[in-house]
Write a protein that binds this ligand. Structure first.
Ligand code: ATP
Ligand code: MG
Length: 571
């Protein structure tokens, strides 16, 4: 055996050992990035090379990008990117065959990459990484390796034919390892995505009663998907129901979303509408009905939303939001009608208690007097007249009770209709001019330039009627009832003052409550239902004003309320 053959055998034995060793190492590497680094370093070890770069093919940009590298000298060379048809890499990719090039810097195919201060290349090999896994062969990338003419080793040997054959075999093993780790990473990523969907729906489940659940789910999503911005904008008809975003600004609507809303550019069934953008996406929440809006997301990684699995995750998440939203709205609706029903039920019970309590007294009187009239036909004329008078008065009281109860039902259930118009004091004065009483005079005192009110004439008449009737009713000795009008800021204040029995201070704050009446010696013989002032307060408030009273026992009372000034005159 000559020396050369023996040396060749040594090399082969060494390479075989290295290959076995590398195989073991590679098998332990599950994640892609460390695996590629291990491959770069192993290539150098196996082939006694000075530099290695593992370049992976990026089919979105149609380029080869350096993912891992190894060099025998210190360098801070930037990662190299080659277009598919550039240089020796491009040629290997196109022919899908390994290349061995001596003095490559002189080759017409050579394209210098990176730093020009790098040691000159003595010999270069480039192998394609071809996957056979699918139906068709697929180019995953290439590995470049070179021997350099370093300062201290001018006599560097070029790569041999055996070297490139070994390199090709090695490339086959490497390809299988890369594919295996890609599958591993994919499975891990999918598992994480499923976990995100799972946790997201768990957080959303808390949104049935509180809209806060949607905010929490959004913040979770942004965190888990490493999004730079996330927003959930929900519209019901043209109103924003909620605007949750990771900037925590309820007013914020990014220009893109504003544009989408303005042009109503919500394509039906489209999973994502911002296909023009690399790192933004908007998923419409349109349901074909009254509800719409967007789940709008911005990613830190370009092309993030182009990935099919990510889009699927987002579509699932969008659908979950949709369902949660429908449930939330339904729950709200049910709650509202439940409250309404409870209110109506309360009103019904009140009405029943009035009928059974307040109606009882007048009915007892009517029953007793009519019975007397029936069984005592011998009664004299005056007595009969007195009984009939009482029956008549009690019937009147019953009628007022029934009217009042009905009115209250309408006021409280929101059925009472109000119109808004220009009403001036003069019109009110004219309406009351007809109603002069024998013992009371109604006087109106106000400036002629008093601004008109923005109110409802008929309701105002009812309010004034109640206050003036009270003023008359609770001034049994007669006297003037003075109605004054004056401007008070953006309001007109109307006062109704009498010189009647007055009200004790401790009663004043209860007068506007439903069915409240003052019970004392002076009011004992004055009939009423206790509803007039309550009705007044409800109507005044509904018309945008406030009502109040000042009074001194024995010297009279002043009731006052405000109404907004008619807008034309405030300007
Ligand atoms: P209704 O107006 O329903 O026939 P009412 O007059 O008793 O009955 P309100 O108008 O609501 O009921 O008044 C509530 C109570 O306030 C009255 O019972 C009365 O005691 C007191 N009150 C109201 N207006 C005056 C007034 N001008 N002077 C003295 N007391 C008054
Ligand atoms: Mg009254």
């Amino acid at each position: 055996m000559n020396k050369k053959t023996a040396a060749g055998k040594d090399v082969l034995a060494r390479q075989f050992n290295v290959l076995c060793e590398i195989n073991r190492e590679i098998n332990y590497c599950l994640e892609v990035k460390p695996l590629l680094e291990r491959i770069a370093e192993s290539t150098a070890r196996l082939l006694d090379a000075d530099a290695v770069s593992v370049m992976m093919y990026d089919d979105r940009e149609n380029v080869f990008k350096t993912f891992a590298g190894w060099k025998s000298w210190a360098s801070e060379e930037p990662a190299v990117v080659f277009s598919v048809d550039e240089g020796i890499v491009g040629k290997v990719a196109a022919t899908r065959r390994a290349m061995l090039v001596e003095n490559p810097e002189e080759s017409p195919d050579f394209k210098p990459g990176g730093d020009s201060r790098m040691p000159p290349i003595k010999s270069l090999m480039c192998v394609p990484l071809i996957s056979q896994a699918g139906e068709k062969e697929k180019l995953l990338g290439v590995i470049n390796t070179s021997r350099r003419t370093l300062k201290d080793n001018q006599e560097r040997e070029a790569f041999s034919i055996q070297d490139i054959q070994l390199f090709e075999k090695f490339a086959d093993q490497v390809t299988a390892a890369i594919e295996r780790s890609r599958v591993y990473e994919e499975v891990r990523r999918r598992t994480l995505q499923l976990q995100i969907i799972n946790d997201f729906s768990r957080i959303l489940a808390s949104s049935l009663q509180k809209a806060e659940g949607f905010r929490a789910a959004l913040v979770f999503l942004a965190d888990k998907m490493d999004l730079s911005y996330a927003q959930l904008l929900v519209m019901v008809q043209d109103d924003i129901l909620f605007n949750f975003n990771t900037a925590d600004d309820e007013e914020l609507i990014p220009a893109v979303v504003r544009g989408l809303l303005a042009h109503n550019r919500i394509p039906e069934k489209a999973p994502s509408v911002l296909r023009d953008s690399r790192c933004r996406t908007a998923l419409p929440l349109e349901d074909g009905g009254s509800q719409g809006g967007y789940l709008y997301l911005e990613s830190r990684q370009p092309f993030y939303f182009d990935e099919e699995p990510i889009r699927k995750v987002l579509e699932t998440i969008r659908d979950q939001i949709h369902i949660a939203l429908e449930n939330f709205l339904l729950f709200r609706e049910i709650n509202e009608s439940k409250q309404k029903l409870e209110h109506l039920n309360k009103m019904k019970n009140e009405l029943i208690s009035i009928v059974s309590h307040d109606f009882r007294n007048p009915l007892t009187v009517i029953h007793a007097y009519s019975e007397l009239l029936l069984i005592r036909p011998d009664l004299d004329h005056d007595a009969k007249k007195e009984y009939l008078h009482s029956i008549f008065a009690q019937i009147g009281h019953l009628r007022r009770l029934a009217d009042g109860a009905l009115k209250i039902t309408r006021l409280e259930s929101g059925e009472m209709a109000y119109c808004r118009e220009k009403v001036d004091m003069q019109k009110l004065e004219e309406a009351f001019a007809m109603r002069q009483m024998p013992h009371h005079r109604i006087r109106f005192v106000y400036d002629r330039d008093l601004p008109a009110m923005y109110s409802d004439f008929d309701r105002l008449m009812e309010i004034m009627d109640n206050l003036i009737s009270n003023a008359i009713k609770y001034s049994p000795r007669g006297g003037d009832v003075i109605v004054t009008g004056r401007k008070k800021g953006e309001f007109v204040e109307i006062q109704v003052a009498d010189r009647g029995i007055g009200i004790a201070p401790d009663q004043l704050n209860k007068l506007f409550e439903k069915y409240y009446r003052v019970h004392d010696a002076k009011t004992k013989n004055i009939q009423g239902t206790g509803l007039g002032l309550y009705i007044c307060r409800k109507m005044v408030e509904e018309l945008g004003g406030q009502i109040g009273v000042r009074s001194r026992l024995g010297s009279g009372s002043t009731f006052y309320f405000t109404m907004p000034v008619f807008a034309d005159q405030t300007a």
